[in-house]
Design a protein around this ligand. Structure first.
Ligand code: ADP
Length: 175
């Protein structure tokens, strides 16, 4: 069984095989976690992203981590929240699924996710966390990933993940 955990802090500091970026379709950098990752990885990351020719919402593409402690960055493009009737939930699930597929391709055994789409893109945090957890649980075993960190940048997000993970653990203990 893969280990799923909530951790607080800055995703750019994590020593893991791959970190996931909450990127935009241009892949040419932005605010929030995307800006932090580009600053920490150095200008080589932008140069590598330029060669990828953008990325559709719900998809993800890989680059090396350059100056980051992480070996890989998987640039996932989450949906912008438009009220929930525009396929946002499926697109968000697809980001997590595609990131695990990239982990498998690149033999990444440990991966860290930010709360994709819940910042500037406005996806409701609790629903986003439920989708993140259920999608990871459904696909982690086939990906070869052993450790999944959900990186929570603010206390509200951390509380949500801790609550959902604890609830999932107690359900498992009952079995
Ligand atoms: P999006 O555009 O997909 O909403 P954001 O970067 O605005 O992406 O926000 C996604 C999540 O990442 C938010 O919960 C935000 O607080 C968090 N975040 C911002 N900076 C970092 C960081 N350095 N490490 C981890 N998470 C971060």
């Amino acid at each position: 069984m893969a280990k799923l955990k909530a951790v607080s802090g800055d995703i750019t500091r994590l020593v893991v095989d791959a970190i996931v970026n909450a990127a935009n379709t241009s892949l040419l950098g932005g605010g929030g976690v995307d800006g932090a990752i580009h600053r920490a990885a150095g200008p080589e990351l932008l140069a590598a992203c330029r060669k990828l020719d953008g990325c559709a919402s719900g998809d993800a593409k890989a680059t090396p981590g350059f100056r980051l402690p992480a070996k890989w960055v998987f640039h996932a493009v989450g949906p912008v929240w438009h009220g929930g009737g525009h396929n946002e939930e499926e697109l968000l699930a697809s980001c997590y699924r595609r990131s695990l597929e990239l982990a498998r391709e690149h033999q990444a055994r440990s991966i860290a996710f930010p709360a994709i789409s819940t910042g500037i893109y406005g996806f409701p945090a609790r629903r986003a966390a439920e989708i993140a957890l259920s999608t990871i649980k459904a696909h982690v075993e086939t990906s070869g990933v052993d450790v999944v960190d959900f990186v929570c940048f603010d206390p509200g997000t951390l509380a949500i993940y801790e609550q959902l993970l604890t609830a999932a653990e107690s359900r498992q203990d009952e079995r």
